[in-house]
Design a protein around this ligand. Structure first.
Ligand code: TMP
Length: 254
C-alpha cells in the first residue's frame, strides 16, 4: 500500500489525504474512549462495523435529500468522504432522558422528553467539550446564525428519519451527536453532515427490553460491547459478509 499523508487523527478515526483534491479517506479504528479520554479501550471489530453502519445511514439520509460528506466505502475500515471545513460544534439531539441530561437536571433515565431537545457543545478536547448557547457560537464566530439555522433544521430532519428507521428494527433512538462541515462548490457554500453516525455517537435501546446496544455498554462496563455493535448491524441487515469472524483487519472489497 502506498503511504498516504495523515491529515488528522481523532480518538476513533484517522483522516488521510484522498485520491483526488477535495476528498479524504476516513479510517475507522477499534479504539474507544469515554468521558473525554479518561476511559480508554478497544472494541474488537468496532471500526469495521461503524464504517458499514455509517455508510448505510449516510446513504439513506442522502436519499431523502440530507447533504452529507459521504462518497463511498472503500474497504472494511475506510470510506471516501468530501473534504469539508468542520464547524467546531457538536449538536446533540435527545428524545429520551439519558446520559448527561439525567445528571444535569435530575431526570430519571428513560423519561420521554416532551419534545426533541437540541443542545450545542463546543468541540474542544482541552476544555472537555463544554455546552454552549447560540449566543456563544455566534459571538465567538464558530458558526453564523444562518449556519446554525441550517444545522438545526437538518438535525431535526435527521432525527425524524432515523427515529423511524430504528423503530422499524426494534430500536429506540434515545439521543445522538452530529457534526457538520462547510463545503464549497464554486462560490457557493453548503452545510453538510460530516463525521459518522454509529453506536459510538447514538444511544440505541431495544424497544421491548430497553437493553442498551451502543457505547454506553463500554462507558458503563456492561459487557457484550462487540455483540451490541454487531446486533445493530445485524438488524440493519448489513453485518459484514462472513459474520463476526470477518471483522478484523482491512480487506479490499471492490
Ligand atoms: P451525553 O448524554 O453524554 O451528553 O451524550 C449525548 C449523546 O451524544 C450520546 O448519544 C453520546 C453522544 N456523544 C458523543 O458522540 N460524543 C461525545 O463526546 C459525547 C459527550 C456524547
Amino acid at each position: 500500500m502506498t503511504r498516504r499523508r495523515r491529515i488528522y487523527e481523532g480518538k476513533a478515526k484517522v483522516l488521510f489525504e484522498g485520491p483526488e483534491p477535495g476528498t479524504l479517506v476516513q479510517y475507522f479504528k477499534d479504539d474507544a474512549t469515554a468521558f473525554n479520554n479518561q476511559k480508554r479501550g478497544t472494541i474488537t471489530g468496532k471500526g469495521v462495523l461503524n464504517n458499514r453502519i455509517s455508510e448505510y445511514l449516510m446513504t439513506r439520509l442522502g436519499e431523502i435529500g440530507v447533504p452529507t460528506h459521504f462518497v463511498r466505502r472503500l474497504n472494511m475500515r475506510e470510506q471516501l468522504v468530501r473534504e469539508v471545513e468542520i464547524i467546531p460544534i457538536e449538536l446533540v439531539v435527545r428524545n429520551v432522558a439519558a446520559g448527561s441530561l439525567t445528571k444535569r437536571f435530575g431526570i430519571p433515565e428513560g423519561t420521554p422528553l416532551p419534545r426533541s431537545i437540541v443542545e450545542y457543545y463546543y468541540k474542544s478536547d482541552e476544555l472537555g467539550d463544554p455546552m454552549v448557547s447560540e449566543e456563544h457560537i455566534t459571538a465567538f464566530g464558530w458558526a453564523s446564525p444562518q449556519d446554525l439555522d441550517d444545522m438545526m433544521a437538518l438535525s431535526l430532519r435527521i432525527n425524524d428519519y432515523l427515529t423511524g428507521l430504528f423503530l422499524g428494527i426494534g430500536l429506540r433512538l434515545v439521543d445522538f451527536k452530529l457534526e457538520f462541515g462547510r463545503l464549497w462548490e464554486n462560490e457557493e457554500m453548503r452545510i453538510v453532515l460530516a463525521d459518522e453516525i454509529s453506536p459510538d455517537n447514538c444511544r440505541l435501546w431495544d424497544i421491548k427490553t430497553n437493553e442498551k446496544l451502543d457505547k454506553d455498554r463500554f462507558r458503563q462496563d456492561l459487557g457484550q460491547v462487540e455483540e451490541a455493535y454487531q446486533e445493530v448491524a445485524r438488524r440493519l441487515g448489513i453485518l459484514p459478509e462472513g459474520g463476526p469472524g470477518d471483522l478484523k483487519g482491512p480487506k479490499v472489497m471492490q
